[in-house]
Design a protein around this ligand. Structure first.
Ligand code: ASP
Length: 345
């Protein structure tokens, strides 16, 4: 059992000083709405505003002094580099102030793992940053958003959450941004860290940690997005039997793609036609990272593939390997240097 921390309400009858938590809202199902409380599909994500979300859970004001800001109100399928850069730059500014002790981000679940990993690698503070969302819209019977928001604020308010990188609080569990992935299209039990296990859990506002992720993040990460206005273009190619995506690879490269992550079969294997195309494109400067469509396990580029310059994504799934490759390309275009980054992160 890991260490625990009770949410700051009172101690020995005296009111504790409450932390200042900023909630940044970006949309998603937690802010979704439909005209029937039975329906959990077919709703519109990203319609309810931050004030409505905060007022739906007045109990969070017992945990912290709460302020909210609407950054976007979108379905997270539409998440963009612009919003990622806005978020990380805003969070870095907020957390450099003594007035802010922690951040909660409300976010759609579809791309939450990607935003979380991007922030994990670009936020320069040890103060807690927690993403949360919901699988059921705010109008649904038994909506999961309010409890998730309560848990996220409890986690962001906890001194134990400091220095642990960006976290996701969903369905009473804590997941590290490094490992977490959405694993079920509809069920509330969807966020899992399949290669690592749950980082912790939250019960009645009390935080329990199982482990601390050991890859570099936040202040120890080399990546700095504070002055970036755009990110290098990286795309994902999916591998399959009788693969014809070598044509897609050509088209992507012609469209200014600097790197490609291949969602390879099994332990990252790539169809021979696609491999030949990628070899040609690498001669023109394309960086190729091999991940897997499987969802768990580790991809190490084989000896033959690493001789070609392909880079193994280790346990990063394709969408997370894409985030790391985008950031790696802000540091270097050299495949050997980028391979070192993939070893470390
Ligand atoms: N499509 C929604 C989104 O990611 C799904 C959700 O939030 O659960 O914005």
């Amino acid at each position: 059992m890991g260490v625990t921390h009770a949410a700051p309400t009172t101690t020995q009858g005296k009111a504790m000083i409450k932390p200042n938590i900023m909630i940044l809202a970006t949309g998603g199902t937690i802010a979704g709405s439909i005209d029937s409380n039975i329906k959990t599909t077919g709703y519109t994500a990203g319609v309810v505003g931050i004030d409505v979300l905060i007022n739906a859970v007045p109990e969070i004001k017992n945990l912290a002094n709460i302020k909210g800001e609407q950054i976007a109100n979108i379905d997270s399928a539409d998440m963009s580099d612009e919003i990622w850069l806005t978020l990380t730059q805003k969070i870095n500014t907020l957390l450099s102030s003594k007035e802010v002790d922690g951040i909660v981000i409300t976010h759609g679940t579809d791309t939450m793992e990607e935003t979380a990993f991007f922030l994990h690698l670009t936020i320069k503070s040890d103060k807690p940053v927690v993403l949360t969302g919901a699988m059921r819209p705010s109008t649904a019977m038994s909506a999961d958003g309010p409890k998730n928001l309560y848990n996220a604020v409890a986690l962001a308010s906890s001194p134990l959450a400091k220095g642990k990188g960006v976290m996701v609080a969903m369905n009473d569990k804590i997941q590290s941004a490094r490992f977490v992935s959405k694993t079920h299209a509809l069920n509330v039990e969807t966020f899992k860290s399949l290669n690592a296990g749950d980082m912790g859990y939250i019960l009645d506002g009390i935080i329990y940690f199982n482990y601390i992720p050991n890859y570099p993040h936040t202040q120890k990460s080399i990546f700095d997005a504070n002055n970036l206005k755009s990110l290098p273009k990286v795309d994902i190619l999916y591998s399959y039997a009788n693969d014809g995506s070598d044509i897609a690879a050509q088209a992507l490269f012609n469209g200014n793609t600097k790197g490609i992550v291949v969602a390879g079969t099994g332990a990252g294997s790539i169809h021979k036609n696609q491999k030949d195309t990628l070899k040609q494109l690498m001669k023109k400067g394309l960086i190729v990272v091999q991940s897997s469509r499987v969802g768990t396990g580790i991809v190490l580029a084989s000896e033959a593939d690493s001789k070609l310059g392909f880079i193994g994504a280790k346990d990063l799934n394709p969408q997370k390997a894409r985030v790391l490759l985008m950031l790696a390309l802000t540091k270097s275009n050299n495949p050997t240097e980028i391979a070192k980054i993939f070893q470390q992160y």
